[in-house]
Ligand binder design. Sequence first.
Ligand code: SAH
Length: 211
Amino acid sequence: MNTPVETLMQYILMLKNNGVSDTRVLQAMELIPREPFTTPAFLSRAYEDTALPIASGQTLSQPSVVAKMTQALDVGPRHKVLEIGTGTGFQAAVLSQLARRVYTIERFADLARNANQTLLDLELVNVTVITGDGSHGLPTQSPFDRIILTAAAEDPPANLLAQLKEGGIMVLPVGQSSTVQTLIKITKTDTGLEYEELEDVRFVPLLAGLA
Ligand code: SAH
């Protein structure tokens, strides 16, 4: 059995082996414990590089994918970030270490409530959890420096692209099915949108309306 320190060292090494090299991202991953975001049945697997089931048939994302998406988002300390798909709040917690302010939207009210409580328990006070359909974005706080989706869309939602600042970055999984999805990074420049394909991923679908 590993000591907690050994477990954490292996976890960070695993992230590095997966191509996470940004030291700010590695630091954020090290500072946010996985246990509070895990259901009791999966506590012993909190630091494995695997997605874990949570309530309402949703998932806590694989840590290497969280770290790689965070790295691709290139978040700065003055940034206002929007996340669609709060789930457990883990991704939002990692972002809270890098950004000035994080808004995260979840369509399941119970997941949003739990995530909010977990974030409060960890005293991550720069995160706001909102229950709603994130595909509309958050017009009252728009525009955003960075937008991240942790549920897969068929196409990048136009509403969200409209709420991205010029110079802003959006990272999201896109795909027509639940089995084949590609992580893409979109940069909004003064002349339009630049697309970069990152890797194949598997996320739950972005669904319309409240759950
Ligand atoms: N980021 C999460 C994992 C995401 S799971 C974490 O760190 O734990 C994807 C989440 O997206 C699910 O909870 C699902 O309910 C939510 N979701 C799907 N479509 C949505 C929508 N239109 N608006 C808000 N949340 C949505």
